[in-house]
Ligand binder design. Structure first.
Ligand code: 6GU
Length: 213
């Protein structure tokens, strides 16, 4: 999967996407991250990307021309990619959405910034996505969250786990059961007896029961 990110702050992504599983996914060539700096599509000598809102109001909005030009550039690399706009006004990201997106061939993700963007960008976007009921300063952190949740579902990314195991949590509602590792006793807290029993039937029953709480 090729993921192109349109942002004014490409440097925010590298520490996150170049670490741990997200880096391993790239290293295994299961995913490719490309950053498109919106500033490069800014207008005039000053590479302007924002302007004041019609009708008045606080703050600046991302202008349509640089946004359209950046998306057109990304589409030239990848005409079939799905275009996603990160915005607090979008549909809230769910595990089901991530699963669907993980089956896409490629993605183009636009990060909103400042106080907003010119609404006309919506006309060339396939989906508007939010990550929850709160407002952040920009779409960069939400984009990284979306990328993390999508990339881990690409077959081969989570090497050690089998897909059935991933599947069982993939509705996003079924909680993971609590787990323990050595030592058996730590600061007076003991690992539940059933997990030490070797009785696989009882262990499975206990885990299922724990997921209901
Ligand atoms: Cl996608 N963007 C911003 N700026 N704030 C958010 C968000 C997105 N999702 C939740 N809050």
């Amino acid at each position: 999967m090729k993921i192109q990110v349109i942002t004014l702050f490409p440097e925010m992504f590298k520490p996150v996407l170049e670490t741990s599983m997200l880096f391993k996914a790239k290293d295994k060539k299961l995913v490719e991250y490309l950053y498109i700096n919106l500033r490069d599509f800014g207008l005039g000598n000053r590479k302007t990307v924002d302007d004041t809102p019609y009708g008045g109001g606080d703050g600046m909005l991302l202008k349509p021309e640089p946004l359209f030009a950046a998306v057109e550039y990304a589409k030239e690399q990848d005409s079939k990619a799905k275009v996603i706009l990160m915005t607090p006004r979008g549909k809230t990201l769910t595990q089901a959405m991530s699963k669907k997106l993980s089956k896409e061939k490629d993605l183009i993700i636009i990060c909103g910034r400042y106080e907003g963007y010119d609404e006309r960008i919506a006309s060339i976007v396939d989906e508007q996505v939010s990550i929850g009921e709160y407002v952040l300063t920009g779409g960069e952190l939400p984009a990284m969250i979306l990328i993390d949740s999508v990339v881990r579902l690409i077959p081969g990314v989570l090497g050690g786990e089998n897909s059935a195991e991933i599947e069982s949590f993939s509705d996003g509602k079924t909680k993971e059961f609590p787990q323990y590792t050595r030592p058996e006793k730590f600061k007076g807290m003991k690992v539940p007896e059933v997990l030490l029993s070797g009785n696989h039937g009882e262990i499975a029953k206990w885990r299922k029961n724990q997921q209901k709480n």
